[in-house]
Design a binder for this molecule. Structure first.
Ligand SMILES: Cc1ncc(COP(=O)(O)O)c(C=O)c1O
Length: 375
């Protein structure tokens, strides 16, 4: 067994993979592709993008939505549009995916890695206020993260932003199902592995129309209504083909959600009496995700990895050892990270996809339960 258990999947080709995404089929997408053929409009806020954005906006009941190329670029753009001082710190939890830090660097900021609250696995606004007092430099932005799609009280971040004047961008990459409206921009990934997937894509939701307008410009070379690049920008647009898949995915969302809920509930039921194993609050009841991440009893990660790998069941430590262990980020400033270390040692992703059978879920859970009980 390697000393860095988070380095790689223990078994890259298990019998039961950890994820097996299913996006809309060719038949589902075809009517939208025919529209593209007729429109001869392939990108640059075409009619399908506009309809997809409106569908997302209505579902979330938020003021404004813009669709973009992926959430990594979306997070960078959401930060850039708020113009934090170049080279300033972007406070973010170390307990997140690599993309959060890459986005801050892309926006000209320096990630400052901080700890999270144990119950919610999130950086909370009250903690962020306290942390500001011990910042190792000028803080320009904060990036809270919604862990594995778990809900966040975004209104508190609206207050934080107006109280501090700092740029705030919520990394809501996996949170399509639990997102609530806020002025602070929330960036949701539409990657194939997410609950609503188009392949590669994202959307940013916000009640702040002026901010979304600024993001739209920054995602289109800094052009407003002319060919002049008015400020540093990039190309982050979603093509009409991405929007076509998105519209088909929205058509099927009720069924997709029900399928993920069946899986989530199956795990919750089967693990309910396994002592020390838990899931995030409300998972499978108030919200769903395209992943199942369970908290294990302390010191049982290695046992769990061994028994599941031996049974050829795929597992994934989605956020590895935390940002502070990535070669690309280990030199960034950080505070002590005891809660992050606890989560690194206990959180394990189990197989999750829409047609994962109830029998497979029961088997995975009984293997895990037996190992936890024996251990
Ligand atoms: C927390 C988090 N942030 C950002 C991203 C990046 O999303 P994308 O693949 O759309 O760039 C991911 C992707 O899984 C993620 O999990």
């Amino acid at each position: 067994m390697t000393s860095k258990l988070w380095d790689a999947d223990p078994d890259p080709t298990p019998d039961v993979p950890v994820a097996r995404p299913r996006l809309p089929t060719a038949d589902d997408i075809l009517p939208y592709l025919r529209e593209i053929d007729a429109n001869r409009w392939y990108s640059n806020n075409g009619p399908l993008n506009q309809r997809f954005q409106e569908g997302l906006r209505a579902r979330i009941a938020v003021g404004h939505v813009v669709c973009l190329a992926n959430a990594t670029l979306g997070l960078a753009l959401a930060l850039m549009a708020q113009k934090p001082a170049k080279g300033s710190l972007c406070m973010m939890p170390s307990w997140t995916f690599a993309a959060s830090a890459h986005a801050a660097v892309l926006a000209g900021l320096v990630p400052w890695l901080v700890d999270v609250d144990l119950d919610t696995q999130q950086l909370l606004p009250e903690a962020a206020i306290q942390l500001l007092r011990q910042a190792p430099g000028k803080v320009g932005a904060v990036m809270p993260v919604m862990p594995f799609g778990g809900p966040m009280d975004a209104a508190n971040w609206d207050r934080f932003k107006s109280d501090t004047g700092l740029a705030v961008a919520i990394d809501a990459a996996a949170a399509f199902d639990s997102l609530t409206p806020s002025r602070v921009p929330a960036v949701v990934s539409l990657h194939a592995t997410k609950a609503l997937g188009v392949g590669e894509g994202c959307f940013i939701a916000s009640d702040d129309g002026a901010l979304i307008d600024e993001i739209v410009k920054k995602a289109n070379f800094g052009f407003a209504n002319s060919r002049e690049a008015a400020s540093p920008a990039l190309n982050g647009k979603l093509s009409e083909y991405g929007a076509a898949v998105g519209l088909a995915a929205l058509d099927g969302w009720t069924l997709t959600r029900a399928a993920y809920q069946r899986v989530a509930r199956g795990y919750c039921r089967s693990l309910a009496s396994t002592s020390g194993v838990n899931v995030q609050d409300g998972f499978g009841e108030r919200w769903i995700s395209s992943t199942v991440t369970v908290g294990l009893p302390s010191d049982s990660m290695e046992t769990a990895l061994n028994v599941l790998t031996q049974a050829r069941i795929g597992v994934r430590r989605w956020w590895g050892g935390g940002l502070h262990r990535h070669t690309a980020f280990e030199h960034f400033p950080k505070v002590p990270l005891p809660v992050t270390e606890t989560l690194v040692a206990t959180q394990l992703g189990l197989p999750c996809w829409t047609d994962l059978s109830d029998e497979a879920i029961s088997r995975i859970c009984s293997i895990l339960t037996d190992a936890m009980t024996a251990g």
